[in-house]
Design a protein around this ligand. Structure first.
Ligand code: SF4
Length: 211
């Protein structure tokens, strides 16, 4: 990325953080993994009771190693609601200030929606999109196919590398998918304007992580 692209990206990030805060999220940007880990250690001190959703981002950044080594981490998904802090990544963050998540069984979104009192969402810069339409397309082309391949799912996108359902259908708001029994795109959630202000913190990272 050259200096002009970096400057343009900075403007997109600024607009996104402003809109996330207007929607009742706490929002922060960190340049890289080192800054991210320093912030995580502040927000999640050693000994905190923690839980997570499944996330390549948490693994790649080293956050999972920290949680397992230094916090009271509970890997049981159904016990996640009793944690002090829940950590997850996002499928997409929109410039309008929304978090977009698509879940299979829904353990991640259910904990994010009505679980622990504090939720932290970490998203690499590759997750930043303009709007929900772009978020839907991102999941169907960049997130779900590699996840299905990683999980060994028998779905169309495992074979083709992309979803076979429409990328955007106004009658379904993008909540549409294949007919495979192994389908992982089942629960589509947009976290928009929040009633409980600042319960959810979104951290954008200036590096690419996860799918
Ligand atoms: S709906 Fe099915 S084919 Fe489409 S991305 Fe999800 S799992 Fe893959």
């Amino acid at each position: 990325m050259d200096a002009n692209q970096r400057k343009a990206l900075k403007g997109m990030i600024k607009e996104t953080l402003k809109n996330l805060e207007a929607n009742g999220f706490q929002a922060a940007f960190v340049n890289d993994r080192d800054e991210l880990m320093a912030l995580i250690k502040q927000l999640v001190p050693e000994g905190t009771a923690t839980a997570t959703g499944g996330s390549e981002t948490l693994a790649e950044t080293g956050i999972m190693d920290y949680l397992k080594a230094k916090t009271s981490y509970n890997p049981e998904r159904k016990k996640a609601y009793g944690a002090q802090v829940y950590l997850a990544s996002a499928n997409a963050i929109t410039m309008h200030g929304e978090i977009y998540e698509v879940d299979g069984r829904g353990n991640r979104v259910s904990a994010m929606l009505f679980g622990p009192e504090k939720v932290i969402v970490i998203a690499g810069i590759n997750k930043l999109v303009t709007d929900i339409h772009a978020a839907v397309e991102r999941v169907k082309t960049k997130a779900a196919p590699p996840n299905c391949i990683r999980l060994g799912k028998d779905t169309p996108c495992t074979k083709l590398g992309h979803c076979t359902s429409p990328y955007y259908d106004p009658h379904h708001a993008g909540a549409i998918g294949c007919a495979a029994d192994d389908r992982i795109c089942s629960n589509f959630v947009v976290f928009s304007r929040q009633t409980l202000k600042n319960r959810i913190t979104v951290i954008l990272v200036g590096e690419e992580y996860g799918y």
